[in-house]
Design a protein around this ligand. Structure first.
Ligand code: COA
Length: 168
């Protein structure tokens, strides 16, 4: 498996991966999958900003993606990014997320970010475990802030320093 920058040819696979998780999981609070145009715009925006958007590729198939963008739009958040990481259904638990997140941390450091924040919808155990493995620590939880599939959901915040001295 390789991890490389996303290209426009990956958009159909990225949209399909995200659509699966929108429709079947509480990891995202979206309820309607965005169309491919949304993903083309996102890729163009991140590319223009020099922010990382990576895909994991095995054979010719995209088995996951991850990107990092400024945590909030307001200018003083300039050194803080929020990550997003999704693995193709059927590929979870095989190390794809670990490789993607490790590469994303390195790329976000290179892009000049100094903190990375994971906003974990539904406090998903797999996502929390992945981030803990890569050195993120829990920094907050908003209880019952979401409602999806008939359930009230927490959002868990985890954070990792990207200072050059931090391990990756
Ligand atoms: C969360 C996600 C990205 C993890 O990717 P992955 O490829 O499955 O993760 P890995 O196989 O690299 O496993 C990383 C760690 O997570 C933990 N983990 C994986 N699946 C788990 C599960 N179902 N339950 C609990 N922990 C789990 C393991 O501890 C593993 O560490 P180990 O290698 O020491 O055993 C993936 O499961 C996914 O796409 N989930 C749905 C979307 C999502 O939650 N995205 C995150 C949004 S913030």
């Amino acid at each position: 498996m390789i991890v490389r920058p996303a290209q426009s040819g990956d958009i159909a696979a990225i949209a399909a991966i995200y659509a699966h998780h929108v429709l079947r999981s509480t990891a995202t609070f979206d309820v309607d999958p965005p169309d491919e145009a949304h993903w083309h715009e996102r890729l163009a925006l991140l590319t223009a900003k020099d922010w990382p958007f990576l895909v994991a590729e095995r054979g010719a198939a995209c088995v996951g993606y991850a990107y990092a963008a400024q945590f909030r739009d307001r200018p003083a958040y300039v050194y803080a990014c929020e990550n997003s990481i999704y693995v193709r259904p059927g590929e979870e638990g095989r190390g794809v997320g670990t490789q993607l997140l490790r590469a994303l941390v390195t790329a976000a450091k290179a892009a000049g970010f100094r903190q990375m924040i994971a906003v974990i919808g539904g406090a998903e155990p797999a996502s929390a475990a992945l981030h803990a493995k890569l050195g993120f620590v829990e920094v907050g939880r908003i209880r019952h802030v979401g409602y999806k599939f008939g359930r009230l959901l927490d959002t868990l915040y985890m954070q990792r320093s990207l200072d050059q001295s931090s391990r990756s």
